[in-house]
Design a protein around this ligand. Structure first.
Ligand code: AR6
Length: 184
């Protein structure tokens, strides 16, 4: 069963699968600061989207950890890719939690500025960058709450989906989502 919650008129839900096949407006990518492409979800997004994405990344140049930038989506089923750079986990004492929250908050803000209705996120930083999944899931929904508290009355965003590649990650995010948002 797929979980869904509503908070101040915005749906928050989960999907178990490949984000490159997920239909949305803004598809968020877990990129690196050089916007150079890479492995994991970044590699999958560039592979499925085609070379236009890397061309535009080169024009932009770089993206600081915690920030977000936008490119076209090429062949992906989205209007744009929002590239954000998660922190590399170095034990938790180097501002990693705040930086991870900034990724979600700034990606949502960019999606809002672009007038999008539906954003899809992968589990940022929890693969190659080694951020512990449970803590990442807690921070994810806290960041969504902060964004919604600030923007719910003025944003076009109506739905935010976490797309989880593994069943274990899906279950972990579902538990945290149910803890953060009770049924309205
Ligand atoms: N759809 C959804 N989720 C996916 C997919 C997919 N197609 N492929 C992988 N994941 P990672 P990071 C999940 O490593 O930790 C890259 O080289 C994966 O199982 O992609 O932020 C970049 O260029 C995991 O749960 O991102 C950076 O250098 C989650 O996506 C670096 O990796 C994030 O794993 C970023 O590392």
């Amino acid at each position: 069963m797929l979980g869904v919650r509503h908070y101040k008129g915005i749906a928050i839900d989960l999907f178990h699968g490949d984000i490159t096949e997920f239909v949305c407006d803004g598809m968020v990518n877990a990129a690196n600061e050089a916007l150079a492409g890479g492995g994991g979800v970044d590699g999958a997004i560039h592979q499925a989207g085609g070379p236009i994405i890397l061309e535009e990344c080169r024009q932009i140049g770089s993206c600081a950890t915690g920030s977000a930038v936008k490119t076209s989506a090429g062949n992906l089923p989205a209007k744009a890719v929002i590239h954000t750079v998660g922190p590399v986990w170095r034990g938790g004492q180097e501002n990693e939690p705040k930086l991870l929250e900034s990724c979600y908050y700034n990606s949502l803000k960019l999606g809002h500025e672009l007038g999008f209705r539906h954003l899809a996120f992968p589990s940022i930083s929890t693969g190659i960058y080694s951020f512990p999944v449970q803590q990442a899931a807690e921070l994810t929904f806290q960041a969504m709450r902060s964004f919604i508290d600030e923007f719910s009355d003025k944003t076009t965003i109506k739905r935010i989906t976490m797309v989880l590649f593994s069943r274990d990650d899906h279950n972990c995010y579902q538990d945290q989502m149910f803890q953060e948002f009770s049924e309205e």
